[in-house]
Structures are given as structure tokens and as C-alpha cells.
Design a protein around this ligand. Structure first.
Ligand code: NAG
Ligand code: NAG
Ligand code: NAG
Ligand code: NAG
Length: 904
């Protein structure tokens, strides 16, 4: 019941807004990108608090304790009476309490209260209901809206979690003249939230909230008309003058008192019904006549206007409209809103239009003094925050928050010895936002630029320092230094020049694991030699006593692997989907140290370093039909026996999950505390608090017809990028960029299909789009205002898998992409757009032999300071030198070597 009233009010107002304001379409257009305000399916986390009204304004049991009527309850409009014989009887109410809550009856009559309606119905012996559409009050001009009202009405009755919802946030750009009359209607609009709350509770005629708005608007209008010249500063003073001017203006016969007649006349003459649809000037008497004499004196009139946080008294100095704030990661920042008023107005903080006090994020708080507190800042907190008075949407202060990181540098090698005449190579990798200035120092002094040509060569933004024709004087500490706004960071690479130095020439490289049908093999990528082997028939250590457990099975059983990931520097986790378990392999001992039982068909694995959790997503069948279940292994890098737990179920069910999208590990080490989960057949996402393993929010993507197929995260500027598909047909429906903090859709590119991949430094998003003619690789850059198109490359190669590999001419990353059906490897420089092809990668595995949704031609990079990439092929693994872009070696005689992991 009350629900439909809300809708009607809103719909009627929205229409008024459009009818009376010619520029409204522009306004709507401007905000069209910020559209999603999802419903809130979780009762324990209200999006906003609703003010509940008190008890019913009248009561039926006013009888004395021993009255026989005590045990009788009568229908509405009736009361219990004791007859002469002592029996009880429900008779029509004699009198209703003097409460003015106008209500329309279904008989088209306006009643002064619900009680009165039911009383009259009883007296007339007729059935009269409450007509929540207030049709009996509708001036003729409103009749035309009836059709749309009906439409809204039916729409509202569907309450599925992801029903399409109209935005309930409105935006009001400041007009040239903030007091222009045309802005009045928008002021009325702005408070629809308040009205919603009030009406949901008690459907009444002129609500307190709407009344307050009318007063606001009245003040605003008279400010414009009576032209008091007051633009802030002495706010309350100017307002007093305005209020007294208004009083004498309304007091037509100069009696010093305002009466209903006068208010009615003024209201009609000046068409003040525009100020509010439900309230009129006469309501002033209802709310403000404190001495009950049906007139307002000047003091009552003053009191009426001193209570509100009026539009006209809210001010912000022009120079403060945009406030730039720079802070460092992990800082706590308190931001004051510089909007002032008298009395101090309640402040609303928003990001992308979302009221931040409704976010339920413990690190983002709005204090009662009107300031915003951002705790433990992360890069994804950067962006714009606006504050404004709750009632005033014309005066807005924008706080542009830039989060900086302390630059990080790492060098390799830490120590090397060279013979005189040799050449030495030192590498440096720097990260930071904004990207720092990187330079090499020798023994604390910058390396002389004049000598760059002969002695030193520095390339790739100081990522490589080469020293040629080494002599004894070159011995020293070479320091790579990164300086940024937030500080300076250094790392040292030492060079020792000795006649007897053993010139290895080859740097220490990371090793890699290959998972194949016979077991697990560990290789050295430089010489491609087998370093260690775990056989599938090996017995899992520690299981010999009570029962014997094999890594894969007894002789003749082939291994079947799902996914494998590195967990900190200690373990590798690998799933065995057909054995319903995950194995934990110690990198140091190179043996299986733990076996973790899971649900059926555990496949995907992801590691959340900041929480030390491994998340497993388990399929319901071998070909991934239907839902999945999620499981979590906590303390995943700890030396202990591990087990899984389920995250909080939804509707008592664990197996509604379609897909889990964990935050990807990025260089900045940003601590994403939330991941996203999609559910079967729902156009939307649930946001999950990873630590608590609980759902916190629903994100409605129905307007975009989107179920995410892939989700990527950018630490920089807190972007979440999604590849969308239609849930039933799986037709691609474009790319969505979401704001991580508020889950507001920032952009939707309906024609941009393909799988997005975020580079480890958060600087580039690479989307691989397959179509009839081949593949388009589209490169976008992350910027403070979202993604910006950089370039695209078309190729006839049928791309199977891509990976990022440290750039050989900078601190960033390049792309390597394998082909599903050719022995070519595509290289793409993400900065310059330069393309190269590496050939001779052998034959890819037959797609039908590939299980668990893996690409048939996977590729992985050794990462920062790693020279090599590894790509499993049919019966072999290829090691590629990423710097020279040539095949380093082929490791053959491997049976289905589909998975590999680098050892860090
Ligand atoms: C004007 O003033 C007198 C009091 O002086 C009052 O009684 C009268 O009703 C007033 N109102 C109107 C609408 O004339
Ligand atoms: C933030 O606000 C500034 C100043 O109004 C504006 O230039 C910038 O584009 C805004 N950024 C975003 C991401 O909206
Ligand atoms: C590309 O490779 C995939 C996987 O091997 C295959 O399913 C698809 O048909 C290929 N596309 C083209 C255009 O050859
Ligand atoms: C391949 O490896 C198996 C053991 O896994 C070995 O018995 C066989 O001789 C090897 N074949 C070749 C050609 O190296």
C-alpha cells in the first residue's frame, strides 16, 4: 500500500519537473552514465535509515481496566461500547481525535483523517477505502499523469533482487542564477528521498518534510523577488530581514497577524502552489501556530524560518569550489566541507553521486560534524568527492583526492663480480603513482651524463645500466633511486672488479614448474635442464602410516590438473579436479606437504595476498554446467595443515555461484577488500567482503543486460572492468567500467567485446576481441577519468592466451600472445604499438584434449627481472627469451604439459 504512494509522488513530481523546466532533458542526459542504484536485498545493511513514525495517532482502547471492552477489538471506525445489558458492542466512533492527516476516500471525498474516513464509512454503512493515489485532491492539471502513474504502480510490484530500478539520485547542476525561479522545481525534486521515507511510514497529505521544502522554496522565491542583497557572509542577518519583509508582504491588512484568509489569498495571487504539490501557505498555520490562536504573529513566523537549513543561507567561497587533496597510501584523511550556513547545515558526501554514508564501508565515514573521513587510503580511493548541504544542491564543493605511493625500486643483481674489460648489466624496476623520476647513482653521486656515450649506457627510463670496458675504478655501489612526490626510495647493486672473477655471464634465473600427466617437473630456464621431479606415483609424504596416498595415483594412473598458483614464496597450490582436492607443494623441499579436501571438481584457484586466502571455485560437472561452489583456505601461506570453509551462503544455498572474480594481484600491492560474485541467471553481481566471506551488496547490471564473463581490477583510480554477456544466449553485451568504491557504472561500451586483461602495473588494459576475420587487440590506458583508447592491432592469428612481460625498454610491461593453431607468438609493445612475431613455437595442443576451461596454448611470464616466458605445447614446453624474442629451448617428452608456474 504505502509503497505505491511513494511511486505516485515521485512520478508526479518528476513529470512536473519536466513540464516546467525546459532544460531538464539536458540534466537527465548529463547524468545518464551514473544510473545504477541497486536494490538492497540484505536486510541487515540498510542503505539509508528510514524515519519511523510513532504509534497510530489515535487509539481505540481508552477504557478503564475492568471494562469488559478491554478484551474486545473493533474494526476500524468503530469503538466498543457496553450496552445496558452489560454486553459489548462495536458502534461507530463518536469522535475522532483532532488530527489533521488528509486522506482521500475511494468515494472521491476528502477526509480530514483516516479515523474520520472510517467513522463516516461506519455511519453511512458504506465500504470506503483509502485512495492512496489522492485522486480526490488532484487539480485537473494532474489528471493527465494518471496513465503514467498506473504504469509505475504495476512496475513497482515486482520485487526481484535485480529488478530494473529507476535512479533515486538526482543531480542539480548550478544554474547561472541560483535563485532563478526555474530552479525551484528542482529543489522540490531534490528531497524526494525525504518524502519517500516519510510516506513509506505514514501516507499523509502535507508531510513535515514536504512542508519544510515548501518553506525553503518560499524563502528562495522571496529572496529572488524581494531582492535582498545578501550573498552569504552575514547569512542569518540577511535572512531575518528577508523574513520580516515576507511577513509584511503577507500581512495585507497590516494587523501584525497572518490569518488563513490572507495566506490563501497571497498563495493564490502569487501562484505559490508551484512551491509544493501537497503543501500550501495555510499549512504554516498548521505547523507554526504555537499558541493555537489560528494566527501567526511575527515571532511565530520568525521561528518558522529559523528552524530550517535554508537554501539561501548556505554558502561556499568561490575559491573553495574545487579543493585538491594529496595524500599517501595508508594515510587517514579527514576532509572538511567548506559549505557553511547558519545554523550549520547537515552535509551529504557523494562520490559519483552515491551518498557515502550509505556505503557501509568501514574505511569511509561521514562524521556528524559534516566531515568525511577516509581511512587507510589505497590508490583506489583517489577521485572526486563532493559535499553539499542536504537541502541544497546548487552549492557543491568538489574535493579532488590524489593518492600517491612511496616509490618502490628493486635492482638485480644485488652483487656481481667482473673481470677488467668485461661488461656489466644492472637492472632496476621502479613503481609508483605518480610514476617517479628514476636515476642511477654511483657511490651517492649521479652518474656523469657526459660519460653516457662511452662508459655507461642507460636505457629504458633508467631500467637498465650497462657499464662497458670495466676497470678497477668501476668497483662500487650503484644505486637506483626513484624520487616522487611522496618520497625517495633506493636500492643498491654492487659491482666488484677482480682479476679472478668468474664471469658467469648468465644471471640467476627463476625456475618454473610444469604440471603434466606423469607428475610435476621443475626446470631451469637458462639451460632448460630438469632440476627436480615429482612423480605422479610418488607417495604423499606422511601418508604411509595409516593409508597410502599418491600424488596422482598408482602406476598407470595419469595426473589431471586444474590450475596452479604460487602462494607467497613458500608454496604452490594446484587443484586436482577429479580427485576433489588441492595439493600444497613446498617450493623449498619440492614435495607435496599438504592435501586439502574440497567440494567436487575444484578448478579455479586465486590467492589474496593481503588476507593470505586461497579461493577455490568448484564446478558442478566436468564441462562446467550450471552453478559452482566457492571454498576458502585461510592462512594459506602458513606452515600448518589446511582446510576449506564455505563463504556465507545466500538463501541457505552454497551453489548459486556462477563465477567468482577475485581481485588480481598487482604491483602496487593495493589491498582490495572486496571481490565480486555472479549468480546463475542474474544480471548483476554481488560484492563480497573477502575477509568476512560475506556478501555486502548487490550491483544491478540489468540495464546493461550484463552478466560478467571476466572482471579485471585496476589499483589506479579504482576501476573495475567487466566483459559482459547476455545470460541465456551468452551473446557479448559490451564492456562496463565500474567504480570500485561505489559500484556505479562509469561507462558502458556496448560494441567493445572481448576479454580484458589488466597489466600488473595497472597502466594498460588489453582487450582481446575475436571476430570472424581474426582478432583485434585493443589497448586502453588508465587515467583519472577512466579508460582512454590508445590503439588497436588486428591480427589473423587466432589468439589463445596472453601474458604481460616486463618491458625491455622501461619499467612497464609488454604483451605476449600465443596462437591457438600456429607456432607463432605475437609481441606487442604497449607504449609504442610496435609488433613483432616470434616463430618456431611448435604445435599447440589439440583443443579437444584441453580440459577445465584452460587455453590450448597457455603462456606465462617469469615476471619482473625474469628474462623468460614459458608456453606449453603438444608434448613439449617452449622457453622463450622475452628480451631477444627468440625461442631459448624446447623441453620435449612431456605428456600433456598444460600448466606451469614460475617459482619466485
Ligand atoms: C485584518 O485585521 C483585523 C484585525 O485588525 C482582523 O480582525 C481581520 O479579520 C483581518 N483580516 C482580513 C483578512 O481582513
Ligand atoms: C574531478 O573534478 C575535477 C574538477 O571539477 C574535474 O576536472 C575532473 O574531471 C573530475 N574527475 C572525475 C574523475 O570526474
Ligand atoms: C580459434 O581457436 C579456438 C580454440 O582453439 C577455436 O575454437 C576457434 O574456432 C578458432 N577460431 C578461428 C576463427 O579459427
Ligand atoms: C621420455 O620419458 C620417459 C620417462 O618419463 C622415458 O622413459 C623415455 O625414455 C623418454 N623418451 C625419450 C625419447 O626421451
Amino acid at each position: 500500500m504505502s509503497r505505491s504512494v511513494v511511486v505516485i509522488l515521485l512520478a508526479a513530481m518528476a513529470i512536473i519537473f519536466q513540464v516546467t523546466d525546459g532544460s531538464s532533458s539536458d540534466r537527465h542526459h548529463r547524468d545518464a552514465t551514473y544510473e545504477t542504484v541497486p536494490p538492497w536485498p540484505f536486510p541487515n545493511h540498510p542503505r539509508y535509515s528510514v524515519q519511523r513514525g510513532g504509534a497510530l495517532p489515535w487509539s481505540l482502547d481508552q477504557n478503564s481496566p475492568e471494562n469488559p471492552c478491554d478484551s474486545v477489538s473493533c474494526p476500524r471506525g468503530r469503538e466498543c461500547a457496553v450496552t445496558d445489558t452489560g454486553a459489548t458492542e462495536c458502534i461507530c466512533l463518536q469522535k475522532c481525535p483532532k488530527k489533521h492527516h488528509l486522506v482521500c476516500g475511494t468515494d472521491g471525498v476528502l477526509y480530514s483523517s483516516h479515523c474520520e474516513l472510517h467513522r463516516k464509512a461506519c455511519l453511512m454503512d458504506k465500504a470506503v477505502g483509502v485512495d492512496n493515489s489522492f485522486r480526490c485532491l488532484m487539480p485537473p492539471v494532474y489528471k493527465q499523469f494518471e496513465e503514467s502513474l498506473k504504469y509505475e504502480d504495476t512496475k513497482e510490484t515486482q520485487t526481484t533482487p535485480f529488478s530494473s530500478n529507476k535512479p533515486d539520485i538526482s543531480y542539480y547542476p548550478s544554474s547561472e542564477n541560483p535563485f532563478a525561479i526555474s530552479s525551484l522545481e528542482s529543489t522540490v525534486m531534490t528531497t524526494q528521498q525525504d518524502i519517500t521515507d516519510a510516506v513509506t511510514t505514514t501516507p499523509v497529505y502535507c508531510t513535515q518534510q514536504e512542508y519544510e521544502i515548501m518553506k525553503d522554496n518560499l524563502l528562495l522565491l522571496n529572496h529572488a523577488r524581494l531582492g535582498t542583497n545578501n550573498n552569504g557572509g552575514e547569512g542569518s542577518h540577511g535572512r531575518d530581514l528577508l523574513v520580516s519583509l515576507m511577513f509584511s508582504h503577507f500581512d495585507e491588512n497590516n494587523s501584525g497577524l497572518l490569518e488563513a484568509e490572507e495566506l490563501k489569498r497571497v498563495g493564490a495571487r502569487e501562484q505559490l502552489s508551484r512551491l509544493s504539490h501537497r503543501c500550501s501557505l495555510v499549512d504554516l498555520l498548521r505547523y507554526e501556530d504555537s499558541d493555537g490562536n489560528n494566527r501567526l504573529d511575527i515571532n511565530e513566523f520568525y521561528a518558522a524560518f529559523s528552524k530550517l537549513y535554508s537554501v539561501s543561507v548556505v554558502t561556499l567561497e568561490k575559491s573553495l569550489e574545487i579543493n585538491h587533496i594529496t595524500a599517501r597510501v595508508r594515510d587517514n584523511v579527514q576532509i572538511r566541507c567548506d559549505i557553511t550556513g547558519s545554523p550549520a547545515p547537515p552535509i551529504v558526501w557523494r562520490r559519483h553521486g552515491v551518498d557515502l554514508s550509505t556505503l557501509g564501508d568501514e574505511d569511509i565515514r561521514v562524521f556528524s560534524d559534516g566531515s568525511l573521513y577516509l581511512m587507510k587510503l589505497q590508490l583506489h580511493h583517489s577521485g572526486n568527492y563532493t559535499c553539499q548541504a542536504q537541502r541544497n544542491h546548487e552549492v557543491v564543493q568538489t574535493h579532488v583526492v590524489s593518492v600517491h605511493t612511496l616509490p618502490q625500486v628493486r635492482v638485480t643483481p644485488r652483487l656481481q663480480s667482473k673481470k677488467p674489460g668485461d661488461e656489466a648489466k644492472l637492472e632496476c624496476h621502479a613503481t609508483g603513482e605518480p610514476f617517479p623520476k628514476v636515476e642511477w647513482l654511483k657511490n651517492d653521486a649521479p652518474i656523469a651524463l657526459s660519460r653516457l656515450d662511452d662508459k655507461y649506457s642507460i636505457r629504458g627510463e633508467s631500467s637498465v645500466l650497462k657499464i662497458s670496458q670495466i676497470n678497477y675504478a668501476d668497483t662500487g655501489a650503484y644505486m637506483c633511486q626513484a624520487s616522487g612526490l611522496a618520497g625517495v626510495s633506493r636500492d643498491i647493486s654492487s659491482l666488484v672488479v677482480r682479476e679472478d672473477a668468474v664471469s658467469d655471464g648468465i644471471q640467476e634465473e627463476k625456475r618454473f614448474y610444469v604440471f603434466h600427466e606423469k607428475g610435476v617437473s621443475v626446470y631451469d630456464p637458462n639451460n632448460c635442464r630438469l632440476h627436480h621431479q615429482i612423480q605422479g606415483t610418488d607417495i604423499v609424504p606422511g601418508t604411509q602410516v595409516s593409508f597410502v596416498d599418491y600424488v596422482c595415483g598408482e602406476k598407470g594412473v595419469v595426473c589431471n590438473w586444474g590450475r596452479a598458483i604460487a602462494v607467497s614464496t613458500r608454496y604452490i597450490y594446484v587443484t586436482q579436479p577429479k580427485k576433489d582436492r588441492a595439493l600444497v607443494i613446498s617450493k623449498e623441499q619440492m614435495v607435496v606437504v599438504d592435501v586439502v579436501a574440497t567440494d567436487r571438481y575444484p578448478v579455479e584457484l586465486s590467492y589474496i595476498p593481503s588476507l593470505d586466502q586461497v579461493w577455490i571455485s568448484c564446478w558442478r560437472s566436468e564441462d562446467d554446467h550450471g552453478a559452482r561452489t566457492l571454498q576458502v583456505i585461510r592462512d594459506a601461506s602458513q606452515k600448518k595443515s589446511h582446510h576449506t570453509v564455505h563463504p556465507e551462503p545466500i538463501d541457505g544455498q552454497f551453489d548459486l555461484v556462477k563465477d567468482f572474480f577475485p581481485p588480481s594481484i598487482q604491483e602496487f600491492g593495493d589491498q582490495f577488500r572486496f571481490g565480486y560474485v555472479s549468480h546463475v541467471n542474474q544480471r548483476g553481481l554481488y560484492k563480497m567482503n573477502l575477509q568476512a566471506m560475506r556478501y555486502v551488496k548487490a550491483v544491478d547490471l540489468a540495464p546493461y543486460n550484463c552478466v560478467p564473463r571476466t572482471v579485471q581490477y585496476s589499483s589506479l583510480y579504482g576501476l573495475v572492468i567487466m566483459e559482459c554477456e547476455e545470460p541465456v544466449t551468452r551473446r557479448p553485451t559490451g564492456q562496463i567500467v565500474l567504480d570500485y568504491l561505489t559500484d556505479i557504472v562509469l561507462t558502458h561500451k556496448a560494441s567493445l567485446h572481448g576479454t580484458p586483461n589488466m597489466s600488473p602495473d595497472s597502466r594498460h588494459l588489453v582487450t582481446v576481441q575475436h571476430d570472424l576475420h581474426g582478432v583485434t587487440i585493443l589497448v586502453q590506458e588508465t587515467t583519472p577519468t577512466g579508460l582512454r583508447f590508445s590503439f588497436d592491432v588486428k591480427t589473423s592469428l587466432n589468439i589463445s592466451d596472453v601474458t604481460f612481460h616486463p618491458s625491455s625498454n622501461g619499467h612497464g610491461f609488454d604483451l605476449f600472445a600465443t596462437a591457438a593453431d600456429k607456432d607463432d607468438l605475437l609481441y606487442l609493445n604497449l607504449v609504442s604499438g610496435k609488433v613483432d612475431i616470434v616463430t618456431g613455437l611448435g604445435e599447440a595442443m589439440d583443443p579437444v584434449e584441453v580440459q577445465w576451461g584452460s587455453p590450448n596454448r597457455p603462456i606465462t611470464s617469469a615476471g619482473v627481472f625474469g628474462t623468460y616466458l614459458v608456453s606449453p605445447a603438444k608434448g613439449a614446453v617452449f622457453v622463450i627469451n622475452g628480451e631477444t624474442r627468440t625461442v631459448n629451448c624446447e623441453i620435449g617428452n612431456l605428456s600433456k604439459p598444460l600448466l606451469n608456474v614460475w617459482l619466485y
